[in-house]
Design a binder for this molecule. Sequence first.
Ligand code: CAA
Length: 401
Amino acid sequence: MISFEFTESQIEVLRMARELAERKILPDIQKYDREHKYNPQLMKDMAEADLLGFCLPEQYGGLGMDYISLGLACEELEYADTSARVILSVHIGLYSLPVCTWANEEQKEKYLNPCTVGDKIGTFGLTEPAAGSDAVGIRTTAVKKGDVYLLNGEKMWISLANVADYFLIFAWTDQDKKKARDHSGLSAFLVEREFGGVSTGDIYGKLGVRAGSTGYISMTDTPVPAKNLVGNEGEGFKIAMFCLDQGRYTVAAGSTGLIRACRDACVKYARDRTTFQHPIAEHQLVKEMIANMEASYEYSRLLWMKAGWKKNSGEPSTRETSLAKWISCREAEKAAADAVQVHGAYGFSDEYPVERYFRNAKGSSIYEGTREIHTLLQADYALGFREDKPLRVHLPVVDQG
Ligand code: CAA
C-alpha cells in the first residue's frame, strides 16, 4: 500500500526542524554566510531540539524515529541554509548511522551514545587531497604495531573536521592491496581527536556553504587502539560506501528543501515586483521558471522518499539513493540559477537569499558523489552492469508509527 500521509511522529520531527530553522538559523544566516563563519551554537541548539539523534535507536540514546523523518528534517534545515543540513548529513548520515550499523557494542557505547545526545560530534574521513571520486586512490595507511595501528595521512574537504571529537577514518591496512588498488585492503577506524598526532584546520575561500565548517584532518603516526577497528580488516570500502548511502540520502532530501526555498522566494518576489506595468508573475517566461521549480520539487521529493521507504523496510537502497541524490542536486542547481534570474539585479546581491542558494547548490553536485559519478552509476544499473548486493549488516530497524 502506498500512502502519501505522514505519521504523527514524522510531522513532529518536521515541526521541530522547521521551528529550529526559523528561530535559530534564518535570523543570522546572512551574517554568518557573509563572514564565512560557522556558528558553534547551532549544533548545541540542534542537540537541545533532539535533532542530532532522533533517528537512532532508543537503546543508544536516540528517539528511534524512521528515515523519512530524517529526510523531512533535512528538507527543513536546508530550506534555511545548506550548512545546517550538512551537520545532519555528516553527524548522523556519515557517522552515527554507520557506527550504529557496523561497530560492536563496546564501540557504540563509547563512540555513538555521546554523539546521539550531542555531547560529542562525529565526522567521516574518506576524501584526500588527491582522491575524491576515486575512493581506492586514497593514500592514508594504518600499520599494525602490537595492539595499535599507526595512522598516517591527510583527509581533505571534511565537514566538521575542525570541531568533531571523533573521526571515522578510512586507511589501507594491506599495503600490497594498496598498490594493486584492491578495495579489500581498506579498513575503517574510530579515531579520537585526542589520540596524538592528529591536527585539523578549516578551509577558507569556499564558493558556498560559507556558514559551514569544512576542513582537513592530518594524522602523523597516530596510535589507534586495535579495538577501534570498525567491522573486519578489509571491510573499509564497503563501510565507506554504506556511509555514503546514508549521507547521499540526506543530501537528496536537503537539496529538495533548497528547491522549495527557491520556489517560495520566487513566488513572493514575482507577485511583488512590477515591470512593464504588470507583476512579473504575469510574464510567461517567469511563470515557466516557477513551474519548473514546482515540478523539480515534487519529483525530487518523491525520489528521496522512495529511497527512505526502502531504508525503512531494511532493503538495500544504494540505487534509489544515488538516483535521488543525482536528480535533486541537478534540479537544485537549475532552480537556484533560475531563482537568481527571476530576481534580476536583486538576485545578484545578497540582499535576497537566492544568490546564497545559487552558491550553495553548486557544492551538492560535487560532494558525496559528483554529478558524473551518479550519472555513470545510474547508466550501469540500467544496463545491468551493476546491482546492489545484500550486506552482512543492516541499518537499525526503526519505528514507523
Ligand atoms: N554499500 C556496501 N557495499 C558496497 C556498496 C554500498 N553502497 N557499494 C559497493 N559495495 C561493495 C560491492 O558489493 C563490492 O563488494 P565485492 O568486492 O565483495 O563484490 C565492493 O563494494 C566494490 O564495489 P564496486 O565494484 O561497485 O565499487 P566501484 O569500484 O565500482 O565503486 C565508485 C566506484 C562508485 C566510483 C565509488 O568509488 C564511489 O562512489 N566514489 C565516490 C566517492 C564519494 O562519493 N566521495 C565523497 C566523500 S564524502 C564528501 O565528499 C564530503 C564530506 O564532508 C565528508
